[in-house]
Design a protein around this ligand. Structure first.
Ligand SMILES: Cc1cc2nc3c(=O)[nH]c(=O)nc-3n(C[C@H](O)[C@H](O)[C@H](O)COP(=O)(O)OP(=O)(O)OC[C@H]3O[C@@H](n4cnc5c(N)ncnc54)[C@H](O)[C@@H]3O)c2cc1C
Length: 305
């Protein structure tokens, strides 16, 4: 029996309330609008249910992929022969803790919603995150950052389902944050929730800063087209966008994939782009920058096959 037939049978028996779909196009769940079907996509309602899904997937011999808002992903055109676990449908609770300055939110909450919650509670420190389109879980894993702000400045504790199946709460010192990296980047743990410690501030000033940063983003980034944000990481001592522009890549296309005219750091989907188009364009860029500038650039987008 194929793994997904076994999964369906056992899910019906063991998790009859499970919300899941079959052969779901990943292009519906990625900001790039690229990606073939996920064999199974599951929407867990609680951390406990998520844990049971992972156990069941393991017993069926299925590989799992954790999906946040899908804003940093380039997913294969053939799709994913896996159980994709989407955290963003139900796991979205956001609350203020008793100390009045710490927000606890579930992994599937959007970063924008958490930033708005902070603003409404007159808490500052998360203005930078308002325009980052990911989920809180994805932002913790990636140590997302913008405009001199970065998640590691505010995250104090993270509760995660660890690869051994145990739910643990990790303190800031254990999170191994560095540029676009956390302890979760290197292991199969699932971030379930995080606590963010902010500072009391002025509600109007917080809103003004959020609006200011959003305006800067709109004027410099091609938000009108699907993309996965910055395609490449910042190489030490350089800016990927500057190197890409300098080598004449602005407006260069492969199929439906194009290096944005507005910001060379972004590959955009001009319509009908495939994963193969984006990968071919990325390879042209990588090779040219290596040959011309001697700089090795690495993808920031996660390529998922
Ligand atoms: C227009 C645009 C602008 C952007 N601007 C910025 C920016 O300014 N700064 C920045 O840092 N990024 C930016 N990004 C990239 C992206 O938004 C961030 O990397 C974000 O943190 C990804 O979160 P996500 O929920 O979309 O994660 P996904 O893309 O869904 O996943 C990213 C990785 O995290 C893993 N993951 C997701 N959730 C969990 C979880 N709960 N537990 C364990 N693993 C998980 C996934 O398996 C995957 O490996 C931008 C993207 C776009 C499209």
């Amino acid at each position: 029996m194929l793994w997904f037939e076994q999964f369906d049978l056992r899910a019906a028996e063991m998790l009859p309330e499970l919300d899941y779909v079959k052969d779901e196009p990943m292009s519906r769940h990625t900001s790039f609008r690229i990606g073939g079907p996920a064999r199974r996509m599951v929407f867990p309602k609680t951390g406990e249910e998520l844990s049971r899904v992972l156990r069941l997937a393991g017993e069926c011999g299925a590989e799992v992929f954790l999906l946040g808002n899908g804003t940093n992903l380039l997913v294969a055109d053939e799709g994913l022969d896996r159980v994709v676990v989407d955290t963003t449908k139900y796991l979205q609770k956001i609350e203020l803790l008793e100390d009045g300055v710490t927000i606890r939110a579930e992994a599937g909450a959007s970063l924008a919603a958490v930033a708005v919650f902070a603003w409404k509670n007159s808490l500052m420190g998360l203005e930078f995150a308002h325009g980052i389109p990911g989920s809180l879980g994805g932002a913790v894993v990636m140590n997302a950052g913008a405009y001199n702000g970065v998640m590691e400045q505010v995250v104090t504790r993270v509760t995660a389902l660890m690869p051994d199946g145990v739910i643990r709460t990790l303190a800031a010192e254990e999170l191994e944050f560095r540029y676009r990296h956390s302890v979760f980047s290197d292991c199969d743990a699932v971030v379930l929730s995080a606590e963010l410690r902010l500072a009391p501030g002025d509600e109007a000033a917080i809103r003004a800063e959020m609006d200011n940063l959003m305006q800067r983003r709109r004027s410099s980034q091609p938000l009108e087209f699907p993309s996965a944000g910055s395609t490449f990481k910042r190489p030490v001592g350089h800016y990927a966008g500057v190197l890409i522009e300098k080598n004449g890549f602005k407006g260069v296309r492969v199929g439906g994939a194009e290096v944005s005219e507005k910001h060379a750091g972004f590959v955009i989907n001009r319509g009908g782009a495939t994963c193969a188009d984006v990968l071919a364009l990325m390879e042209q860029i990588r090779k040219t920058i290596w040959e011309k500038d001697g700089v090795e650039i690495e993808p920031e987008v996660k390529i998922i096959r």
